[in-house]
Design a binder for this molecule. Structure first.
Ligand code: DGJ
Length: 536
């Protein structure tokens, strides 16, 4: 009995110790997870919405320079900063790594309650190779360049194995280091591998290695992928393949045709192979989401005027055929047709994230569409430190969305949310939700019609909706014509504090047009709840 009494506290202590050790284990690394209707970014076991912004290219090369910027980004309402990190600064001499900057940026981010998406500016940035270390750039024999119109240009060729190995080795070292210092805290959420890659100035590389590969058979991995995924292929790519008989053996011009779009497909394959291999080497060290961003082509712009080979929607299948280490592709979305390009990237099977887009008033509106309508994992205006002034319209949107994040993340998975941006060109949109048709139109008040409006609407239980935004009004009609009419029961504005609804004013009279519509004032963004009643 006495022995048992002594043993008991010892066992308890041992269990306690084991628990403490287990508790100290790093939790899952950030990863993407398909959850119902959405693919979400999971951080520390919970879905995470990146309210982010991308820094100007050179800001994060200096910790001193960054010091005063972090608090401004926090005040703007960011939770994540898309942060450039260049190969030249971490491997200034071959195999001589210096991670001081990485450590400093992560420390600074933590102090300002920010997460990081690192941009690996390595072999390519905006098509060119200016961010490669000098020991790479200067050794043009070992690290071969793209040839255009008979001359070498400062673009490293994706067909050069030595460059791929050197880039992959550096990236692997970086990921190993990030895992060591951040494997538990998860300040670093994702990695962008390279930046806006592709050949600029010509539709393809004409170096010796490239010419040889272009005159050789299309790799079997590519044609086998096209065959296996025929029904889901991008229609443009499928048409090109169909036009030449869907053959699985032949040189590039036989399989896809003799034109500059075939050059683009060829470059997509070669950039994809290179970057998939770099990402694979990095993931072998630390497996967090990795993606490639895209300089979007203008309509009818020939390849070479935009970087030929970057993951435009019509060559994304080629990127996927080259490997599976990249988790998704994203648009750098400056085109005013925000909805069109968002849809193109989401429909092509990517969780929507734009590392670069417009901020200011445009960003303040578009973020609702990206995260609401397209279930995006985040949003990120470019040059964010220039906007880092708490009065920026983006700050208001980020504040509202941060409050709503738990509800929004949940509704993304059920598909019970719609986001919209209204303008004179698109003054109204219709949705059906929970048995009602919602006509969401520009608001109209004593001062006349709003020029713009934006927001999102989510289901909030039976006959109830939760909305946010400004400058719009919603009219409800029941979907069943034979059923009861819909009337507005009550509208409350409010806020969410730590996820709990705190009601403010009851909105009636002018504020709901005497019970006619659910209104969102054009002057400032609001969160409101409405409940409906039926009458015969
Ligand atoms: C797109 C690039 O990806 C960014 O790094 C930056 O150069 C912007 N363009 C500048 O507008």
């Amino acid at each position: 009995m006495r022995n048992r009494l002594i043993l008991f506290p010892i066992l308890l202590a041992l269990f306690g110790l084991a628990g403490a050790v287990l508790g100290a284990q790093p939790s899952d690394a950030p990863h993407l997870e398909k959850r119902g209707a959405a693919t979400q970014l999971m951080v520390d076991g919970k879905p995470f919405l990146m309210l982010s912004g991308e820094l100007h290219n050179s800001s994060s090369s200096s910790l001193e320079y960054m010091k005063p910027i972090w608090p401004k980004l926090e005040a703007l309402g960011l939770n994540t900063v898309v942060t450039p990190l260049s190969w030249e600064l971490i491997e200034p001499q071959e195999e001589n790594y210096d991670f001081t900057l990485v450590d400093g940026l992560i420390d600074q981010a933590r102090a300002a309650h920010q997460r990081i998406v690192f941009l690996w500016l390595a072999t390519w940035k905006n098509g060119m190779s200016s961010y490669a270390p000098v020991w790479v750039k200067s050794d043009v024999r070992r690290f071969q360049r793209v040839v255009e119109h008979g001359s070498e240009v400062e673009i490293l060729s994706p067909l050069c194995a030595a460059t791929q190995e050197a880039d992959a080795r550096a990236f692997a070292a970086l990921m190993r280091h990030i895992k060591q210092i951040d494997g538990r805290e998860h300040t670093v959420l994702m990695m962008q591998v390279e930046n806006e890659v592709g050949v600029l100035g010509d539709s393809r590389d004409h170096s010796e290695a490239a010419n040889q590969a272009f005159d050789a058979a299309v790799p079997e991995e590519l044609t086998a992928y096209l065959k296996a995924h025929y029904n889901e292929l991008n229609p443009d790519l499928r048409e090109r393949w169909d036009a030449h008989g869907d053959i699985t053996a032949g040189v590039w011009t036989e399989v896809f045709g003799d034109n500059d779009r075939t050059d683009e497909i060829f470059m997509a394959w070669n950039y994809a192979r290179f970057i998939q291999a770099v990402a694979k080497a990095g993931k072998a060290e630390y497996d967090i989401p990795m993606y490639v961003n895209t300089w979007l082509a203008g309509d009818d712009t020939p390849p070479g005027e935009f970087p030929s080979g970057c993951p435009e929607p019509w060559v994304m299948d080629v990127w996927r055929a080259a490997g599976s280490s990249l988790d998704f592709y994203s648009p750098d979305l400056y085109d005013p047709r925000f909805e069109l390009w968002s849809r193109r990237y989401r429909r092509a099977g990517n969780p929507l994230y734009m590392p670069e887009t417009r901020g200011g008033a445009a960003g303040a509106a578009n973020v609702f569409f990206a995260l609401g309508e397209e279930a995006g994992i985040g949003f990120s205006p470019f040059g964010i430190e220039s906007e880092a002034d708490a009065k920026d319209p983006l700050a208001e949107s980020y504040q509202v969305i941060a409050e709503l994040a738990p509800q929004l993340l949940e509704r993304q998975t059920t598909g019970d949310v719609h986001g919209f941006v209204l303008s004179r060109e698109q003054p109204a949109v219709d949705f059906t939700m929970d048995g009602y048709t919602l006509r969401v139109g520009l608001d109209n008040s004593f001062d006349g019609p709003s020029a713009s409006g934006f927001g999102l609407i989510m289901g909030d239980g039976k006959d109830a909706f939760l909305g946010a935004g400004k400058g719009f009004r919603v009219a409800f009609t029941p979907r069943l014509e034979s059923g009861p009419q819909a009337g507005i029961g009550a509208i409350d504005e409010g806020t969410f504090e730590d996820g709990k609804w705190v009601p403010g004013r009851r909105l009636n009279g002018d504020e709901d047009d005497q019970g006619k519509d659910w209104r969102f004032d054009p002057r400032s963004e609001k969160i409101e709840k409405v409940t409906l009643y039926g009458y015969e």
